[in-house]
Structures are given as structure tokens and as C-alpha cells.
Design a protein around this ligand. Structure first.
Ligand code: GH3
Ligand code: MG
Ligand code: MG
Length: 395
């Protein structure tokens, strides 16, 4: 039964464990998908803005304290003096991306970075991570994204290649349409990380409830199993072993003594005139009498290997392993006396009559006697005890 419990518990915990790992995997994938989607959306907006700028060949903005001319822009029309109060400077897509990136970092914790393996501006040189991503683009990769643990924050960096389009070639000579000019990366700072606690607690809760249920039902089952097992071997009226258990035990003990070449004795007891007792005092009184006699026999045979059972209606059998005939006779006599001394009679009985038993004793020394032979010999001795006047031991 314990094996069943261990197996069921192992199976249940395995299911909970697999469910936990599977849920974690699904949640991780889902979270990566959302983060990736966020990064893609940001970059799409930036790229669309860049395309708009490139389509116009750059856009002019007023020069202010915060807005200086782009020194890396090699264009004779870079700066235009409109009048004495207004000077305009051209902002190309790269310059615009850098400025958008600075604004975004300030407001939303998002950083864009335009980079290339041959940057015009030194600040556009790729980081180690970007360098690896650019190399992957060269090998055909369409996008690269990775979660970085920059303790205490968790960032997500995502990059796509920048493909040279017709509008770009005006400024980026040396490329042809479709070439990879570099890449644009977006870093989402301090992204929302997977919350393991609720999932872990949930699974621990479900797992524990399951374990409690399994143990509860196992206890119920094992107690029912115990009752069934007991009922199979114990006589329900007297509470001592039944005939079935006796047979099993008798063969075991007989064979054991036979192997060890030691004597085994067998006593068969039968209540005297019990039919009359039943008829006079009723069946219920008869049952009470059977219980008391069974109990008395049980406490009289004291050695741990001795074994008594209800053999039939009002018959009891006693196995005495490693016991020669003298010892067995002595034990039988003790049983007989003890039962006589119980002075069993119902409360309303008027006579001096008390319940007695007759006993037949036989011993096997294994020279010739078989199991059946031993029982038969004890039965014959019992018959003799009845014949010789009852309430006596014969062998
Ligand atoms: P004897 O001295 O020759 O053994 O006479 P007896 O009347 O005891 O004869 P026998 O052994 O044939 O009687 C068996 C009786 O035991 C029959 C039945 O009334 C009684 N008996 C058997 N089983 C039970 C039982 O479970 N409960 C009760 N109350 N009586 C039982
Ligand atoms: Mg009988
Ligand atoms: Mg009898």
C-alpha cells in the first residue's frame, strides 16, 4: 500500500512540476513576444520618420542654442541665412535619429542608436553587441533581439539592418540600392521581467492540496484494505484467526519443523454438549460462550510461535511448533482446566453445570506423519476423549 502512495505522490508531483515548467516556458515566450513587438513598433516609427526625412533630402530647422549645425553633414546648402534673425540648418535622417533618440531616452527610457561598420560620425560606431548583430545581418539575419541583465535593470536590445534605398544614396555614396548600410538598434530599459512568485505560489498551493487529498484518500483506502485483510483471516465472532488462516499457518509451521527435524504438535478442541447448551440457553448465549472460550485458549497458549484458530463451529485448533507430545499434553491439560475454571454458565442457569471441552493431541516427528496424518491423529484422539467421558485430554 505504501508503494501505491509513493507512486501516486511521485506521479502527482511530476505533473505539477511539468505544468510549472510548461507555464514558465509559455509565459517567457509570451513576454519575449510582447517585448519584441514593442521594440519593432518603436523602430518602425523611427524608420518611417527617417524615410520621410530622406524623401525630402533632409529638412531645415532654425539654429538655436540647442540646435547646432551638423558638422558631419557635407552639404554646401547645409546652413541657410533666411534673414538677420533666422538661420536654418539642414537635418539629415541620421542627425534626426540621434536627436529623437536623445528625446526618447529622456521621456520614455528608450534609446535608439544608428550604427554602421563604416560610420561617418565616430559616435555611430557599433557597440560589441551591435557589431555581432551587424555581422549576423551580413549573413542574412533579418532582426536580432536579446534580453540583457544589466543589474539591477533588465534591458532588451533589438536591432534591424538599414537597407540602402534610392533616397539614401544622395548622401551615402559608395552604396548601391539594397546594400546593408548598417543597423538601427533600440534599447528598452528596465523591461517588465517575468513574475515567478505568483506562478510558483500557485503551483505550490495546487501541489500541496493534491498531496493532502492523496494522503487523505490513501489513509481511507489503506484502512479499508486493512479491514478487508483482517476480515479475510480473522474470525468475526471470536476475533481469533479463522480456518483459512489456520491452514496457511499450519502448512508453513509443519514444513519448517520438518526441515529443522523438530517435533510439531497439534491440539483439536471441541466444546462438550454444546448443542444442548445452545438449545437450553439460546444461540446468543452460545455465541458469548464461544467468545470466552476462544479468548481463554488465546491467552493460555503463550509462546510466540504457538498459534490458535477457530477450526469449525465450536471447534478450536492449536499448533505448537517445536513441541514434543509431553509438552503438548501439558498445554492441552492447562487449556482444559482454565476453561473449566471459567465456570461458564448463563446468569439465569439454575444447575451447577459449567461448560467444558474435550481435547485431542497429536505430535509429528516427521518419520512418517504427513500434514493430513497429524490432523487425523488429533481428530481420533478427540473422538477418544469424547468417548471416554468428555472434559479430558487424549493423545
Ligand atoms: P459433543 O460433546 O459430542 O461435541 O456434543 P455437541 O452437542 O457439542 O455436538 P456437536 O459438536 O456436533 O455440536 C455442534 C453444535 O455447535 C451445533 C451448533 O448448535 C453449535 N454451534 C456451532 N457453531 C456455532 C456458533 O457459531 N454459534 C453458536 N451459538 N453455536 C454454534
Ligand atoms: Mg463439534
Ligand atoms: Mg461439541
Amino acid at each position: 500500500m505504501k508503494k501505491v502512495l509513493i507512486l501516486t505522490l511521485t506521479f502527482w508531483l511530476l505533473i505539477v512540476g511539468i505544468s510549472f515548467l510548461w507555464s514558465m516556458d509559455v509565459a517567457r515566450k509570451e513576454q519575449r513576444h510582447i517585448t519584441l513587438q514593442t521594440a519593432r513598433t518603436f523602430l518602425t516609427q523611427v524608420i518611417l520618420t527617417r524615410e520621410w526625412n530622406a524623401d525630402h533630402g533632409g529638412v531645415y530647422v532654425p539654429v538655436t542654442a540647442d540646435m547646432k549645425s551638423n558638422l558631419y553633414l557635407d552639404d554646401p546648402l547645409r546652413d541657410i541665412q533666411v534673414n538677420k534673425d533666422l538661420q536654418l540648418t539642414k537635418v539629415n535622417p541620421s542627425f534626426m535619429t540621434r536627436q529623437l533618440s536623445e528625446i526618447a531616452a529622456k521621456h520614455q527610457g528608450v534609446q535608439f542608436h544608428l550604427t554602421s561598420l563604416q560610420p561617418v560620425r565616430p559616435q555611430n560606431s557599433p557597440s560589441e553587441w551591435e557589431k555581432k548583430a551587424l555581422e549576423l545581418f551580413e549573413r542574412g539575419e533579418k532582426e536580432v533581439g536579446e534580453t540583457l541583465n544589466n543589474h539591477p535593470n533588465t534591458d532588451f536590445i533589438y536591432m534591424v539592418p538599414l537597407i540602402a534605398e534610392k533616397s539614401c544614396l544622395k548622401c551615402h555614396s559608395g552604396y548601391k540600392e539594397g546594400d546593408i548600410r548598417g543597423g538601427i538598434s533600440v534599447t528598452l530599459s528596465n523591461i517588465h521581467t517575468l513574475q515567478l512568485l505568483p506562478m510558483t505560489m500557485g503551483h505550490i498551493g495546487i501541489g500541496s492540496i493534491g498531496v493532502i487529498f492523496i494522503i487523505f484518500f490513501w489513509m481511507k483506502l489503506s484502512s479499508a484494505y486493512g479491514i478487508i485483510q483482517r476480515q479475510a483471516v480473522i474470525d468475526s465472532l471470536t476475533g481469533i484467526p479463522n480456518r483459512r488462516y489456520f491452514s496457511e499457518r499450519f502448512y508453513q509451521e509443519f514444513n519448517q519443523c520438518s526441515r529443522e527435524n523438530t517435533p510439531i504438535s497439534f491440539i483439536l478442541c471441541d466444546i462438550d454438549n454444546f448443542k444442548g447448551y445452545n438449545d437450553t440457553y439460546g444461540h446468543q448465549a452460545g455465541d458469548e460462550c464461544l467468545k470466552r472460550i476462544a479468548h481463554e485458549i488465546e491467552i493460555t497458549v503463550r509462546r510466540p510461535t504457538d498459534f490458535c484458530a477457530r477450526y469449525g463451529g465450536e471447534e478450536f485448533a492449536i499448533i505448537l511448533p517445536n513441541t514434543p507430545i509431553d509438552g503438548a499434553r501439558h498445554t492441552a491439560e492447562r487449556i482444559r482446566k482454565n476453561i473449566e475454571n471459567l465456570n461458564i454458565k448463563p446468569d439465569h442457569a439454575k444447575t451447577s453445570y459449567t461448560v467444558t471441552i474435550s481435547l485431542g493431541v497429536a505430535t509429528a516427528n516427521h518419520e512418517s506423519l504427513s500434514h493430513e496424518g497429524l490432523i487425523k491423529k488429533a481428530d481420533e484422539a478427540l473422538y477418544l476423549a469424547k468417548k471416554n467421558g468428555r472434559n479430558r485430554v487424549e493423545s
